[in-house]
Design a protein around this ligand. Structure first.
Ligand code: 0WD
Length: 256
């Protein structure tokens, strides 16, 4: 039985209906999961609540969580513990870099820009996993979203690629630490999808075009395809899988 009925998942990083986090929320909702949404600041509170209201029969909960602030992360998970007790998984769908660091040459990245990208896009997974661990007393899954630019050079992705490499390695070390508590930690390496964050990447359209022309499936992937892979990784379907990066990218990563 692979229904998620009776299980609770925290979805971090819904900005709008195009967000990959929203694709994951829809997939988990469809199979009966209870959802908890966290948002970076008040600006996203109403949009997230409005979106969640479209999920029929979903009794969602909402908490602010600025992942750059350790106290804020601790407070969010303390509130979740108080309100629901046990959780069964987390979808970490958070990244940020300054726009000026997502074009031109990587060599020009400032120290501040480098640290900011790593802080929000990589360290946040560590902070979240640490605070969530005590709430995952029945075991569970943590999924993060990464990108090919962390494995090899992708034009303009620059500092975010380096942050994704750090995220990928953090995911593996966390998988090793949390495995003894039956908590699995994995990443989805998504192909490019037009979202708010993607807009920040220089010449994003040509990245999309490359996929349409060259990827084995000759098309870009959808939010729903990322969502169903997240469902797989967060459910018992993937019981033996941890520390893994699954590419949901129309096969593009196999090309040299
Ligand atoms: O092509 C793509 N869209 C891909 C995205 C390909 C492969 C991977 N990804 C990754 C991204 O790098 C990111 O890790 O997927 C994840 C989700 O990104 P998304 O769905 O593409 O983008 P978006 O809808 O903009 O959501 C990212 C959200 C933020 O939105 P804003 O508008 O604030 O940038 O990350 C959240 C926020 O909701 N976020 C934060 N959350 C908590 N604390 C923070 C923060 N400090 N900063 C950003």
């Amino acid at each position: 039985n692979f229904s998620l009925e009776g299980r609770t998942y925290v979805i971090m990083g819904v900005a709008n209906k195009r967000s990959l986090a929203w694709g994951i929320a829809k997939s988990l909702h469809e199979v009966g999961a209870r959802l908890i949404f966290t948002y970076a600041n008040e600006r996203f509170e109403k949009p997230v609540k409005d979106l969640a209201a479209t999920l029929e029969g979903q009794d969602a909960l909402f908490y602010p969580c600025d992942v750059t602030n350790d106290d804020a992360v601790a407070k969010t998970f303390a509130s979740i513990k108080e309100d629901v007790g046990t959780i069964h998984g987390i979808a970490h769908c958070i990244a940020f870099a300054q726009k000026e660091d997502l074009k031109g040459e990587f060599v020009d990245t400032s120290r501040d820009g480098y640290l900011l990208a790593h802080n929000i896009s990589a360290y946040s997974l560590v902070a979240v996993a640490r605070e969530a661990q005590p709430l995952m007393s029945e075991g569970g899954g943590i999924v993060t979203l990464t990108y090919l630019g962390g494995e090899r050079v992708v034009q303009n992705y620059n500092v975010m690629g380096v942050a994704k490499a750090s995220l990928d390695a953090s995911m593996k070390y966390l998988a090793n630490d949390l495995g003894k508590d039956n908590i699995r930690v994995n990443a989805i390496s998504a192909g490019p999808i037009r979202t708010l964050s993607a807009k920040g990447v220089g010449d994003f359209n040509s990245i999309l075009k490359q996929i349409e022309e060259k990827a084995p499936l000759r098309r870009t992937v959808t939010q729903e395809e990322v969502g169903s892979t997240a469902y797989y990784l967060l459910s018992d379907l993937s019981q033996g899988v941890t520390g893994e990066i699954i590419h949901v990218d129309s096969g593009y990563s196999i090309l040299g």
